[in-house]
Structures are given as C-alpha cells and as structure tokens.
Design a protein around this ligand. Structure first.
Ligand code: PLP
Length: 366
C-alpha cells in the first residue's frame, strides 16, 4: 500500500506551479536579487493579511525572534519568560542575545502557557515574554498582554506555527509589541526555502528591525548600529506572495481534516486535541497516548508517516546542559514529550488517506 505522507510539499508546489514558476522567472529576469519591490510587495500583502501597519521580511523565523529581542533592547542580565514546551528556536533566540530563559510549563489541555503561569514566573529581572501559539492554536495572548502591561514587560509572539489563526476575533499578528514569523517550507505559509518576517503596529520598532536586518544600515555604507544580514530573499518573497492568496483556503482544508479526526477517532485511550473557541490554524494535529511509541510503530506498520513534536524538551537538550536543568523539573513538558504524536495533516492530504489514518488509529491494540 502507498505511504500516507505526513505533509506533501511537492503536491503544494504542483497545485500552484504555473503561478510560482512565473513569479520566480520574473525575479530571475529582473536582474534585482536583494530586497526591492518583490520583498516590499510581500511585506505589504502580509501586513494587510494579518491586519497590522508594518511587516518586515527577514531571513528565517529564528532571526525574526532574535531581531525582535534586539529591537526591544533585551540582552544580558534580562530574564525572558518562554514556554518549557516549544521548538528550541524560541529558547535559542533568548540565549543568542545573552538573556536568560525562564521556562514556564504549558497547560496539558491547550499545549500553551497560561496567563497565571506567566504571572507566577515574573521577577524583578523579567524584561519580556515570548508566547508561542503551539501547533497552530492561539495562546491567551490578550490576557498575557494585560499582565505584561501591569508589569512593564514587552511581549513577543512566536507565530511560526499559526499563520491564519485568530484570537478573540482578531488574526494573530498584531496583538503584541512584535510578532515573529517563520516561512520554513513546512509551515502553513511556507516558502520554497528559508524565510521569515516580523509584524507590528509599532512603526519605531519596524524601523529598528528594518535597519538591524540589513547590517544596521539605513543608507548604503552608513551604519547606525551593529546589525545582522538577515534579509528575505526576493525569490522567496515572490513565491510567498503567490502562496499567501491560498492560505485561507488551505487552512480550511486543514481544519476539515482536523474536524474529521476529532469526530472519528474514538479510541478510548487516545486523546485528541481540545479546540478552544478561536480559529485554529491546525499546523499540527497532535494526539496523546500513554503508549505513544507503540502507536507510532503501529502506524508506521500501516505505512502512515507520523512525527513527534518534539521528542526532547529544550531543557533536556545537550545545548542547554550548562543551564543545569534537571529531568523532572518541567513535568508537564516531559509528559508531553513522552505522549504526543502528530498525525498527517496538510492541504493536500486526500480524504481516503484521512480515513486510512482514522481506521489505523482506532485499530491500535492498546
Ligand atoms: C519553525 C519554528 C521556528 C523557527 O523558524 P525557522 O524559520 O526554521 O528559523 C521558531 N519557533 C517555532 C515555534 C517554530 O515552529
């Protein structure tokens, strides 16, 4: 039997290949390969899509987070609250600018950090909070922003997994000081290579990041600050401009698959994700099982490709060994890392494949 692939990026390209090929050819023949109109066109379109004043294209999602922290002046001596359960990029950005990560446990039900947990972690050295909308579900960002305001803290959203998601009727992208995006190919809005952006309603911060991403320069060979080279490639910008038009429709396809899984997966010991009241981007459809590894093997046996997001929590990574975190220190994250399994989901997963996944999951001999 053919494989059910986790995410078919080739199919995504094939659906749009005429428009994408034309966009790429246009950039190639323009003779203009850094910055320029293709980048600014995408920046305006993306700002418009999320409903903010400004979007600044950068090289990738990790840089979007690093540049956000730099623009807010976060550095050595500052504490930044981060989720204990996230992709490691969230943490890497904080330690890259020399600040200290203060991990906060997620809620088991939503996978996101809660306002109460954030409030408990604030100290006199806290400068900022990075909120991740994990797996495409928005966190309680308005409540967290209220807490931040009361405590004079800055908020950055790591929106790498939630293109098109909403919170309290507003698209993610403008709730906080700065929102950092990744356009890694596998994201809901993915380039055909690396890409990233920040969105904000704060013009001053947008200007700072525009300068920081380009050697700290506002005019060629004039350097105001010590910046980075982290620019969005115009070829990727042209591709993203094509794909942005399909994001809403493709997210609806994801939502339909998620609804089918949630309705039809009835296995008594497999927990499907809770939904919440907001529009979910369904970047990942994550179930939990006490026998996750057996479930994974069972699905592999049926040629169904599943992934674990993520197998090792950041605090147990070698990269953070010098921080002295212990096993058991973040028990909720550790439960998640033992129990979560991401089922195939994407705009090009066929109904037949969705049914194959449902049947295989329900057949798991637990
Ligand atoms: C993908 C991802 C990033 C990093 O994005 P890159 O573009 O790969 O650098 C950051 N945070 C989260 C939560 C992600 O999923």
């Amino acid at each position: 039997m053919s494989n059910v692939v986790f995410l078919d990026l080739g199919a995504a390209y094939r659906e749009l290949h005429k428009e994408i090929d034309e966009a790429v050819a246009r950039v190639l023949s323009s003779g203009w390969y850094i910055g320029g109109e293709e980048v600014s066109n995408f920046e305006s379109a993306f700002a418009n899509y999320v409903g903010v004043n400004r979007s600044v294209g950068v090289a990738n999602g990790l840089d979007a987070l690093i540049l956000s922290l730099k623009a807010l002046g976060v550095g050595p001596g500052d504490e930044v609250i981060v989720p204990s359960n996230t992709y490691i990029a969230t943490w890497l950005a904080v330690t890259e600018v020399g600040a200290t990560v203060v991990p906060v446990e997620p809620d088991l039900d939503s996978f996101n950090i809660s306002p109460l947990a954030v409030e408990d972690a604030i100290t006199s050295r806290t400068r900022a909070i990075i909120v991740v909308h994990l797996y495409g579900r928005s966190a309680q960002i308005n409540s967290i922003n209220d807490i931040a305001k009361r405590n004079d803290l800055r908020v950055i959203e790591d929106a790498a997994q939630c293109h098109g998601a909403e919170h309290e009727g507003q698209r993610i992208g403008g709730h906080s000081d700065i929102v950092a995006w990744s356009f890694y190919p596998g994201k809901n809005l993915g380039a055909l290579g690396d890409g990233g952006a920040i969105t904000t309603n704060n013009r001053e911060l947008a200007e700072k990041i525009t300068v920081l991403r380009n050697y700290g320069s506002d005019k060629k060979y004039t350097n105001l600050v010590r910046g980075m080279n982290s620019r969005l490639d115009p070829i990727q910008a042209a591709i993203l401009n094509v794909k942005l038009k399909y994001l809403t429709e493709w997210n609806l396809r994801r939502a339909k698959i998620a609804a089918t899984y949630s309705a039809e997966i009835t296995h008594p010991s497999i927990k499907t994700p809770s939904m919440g009241p907001d529009v979910h981007a369904w970047h990942l459809y994550v179930v939990r099982s006490h026998r996750r590894d057996d479930l994974l093997a069972h699905l592999q046996d049926k040629s169904i490709e599943c992934l674990i997001h993520y197998p090792i929590p950041p605090h147990m990574q070698r990269a953070y060994r010098d921080h002295g975190f212990n096993e058991g220190q973040f028990p909720v994250s550790e439960i998640l890392h033992r129990e979560v399994l991401s089922l195939p989901i994407g705009p090009h997963l066929s109904e037949a494949d969705v049914e194959r996944v449902v049947t295989a999951v329900n057949d798991f001999d637990d």
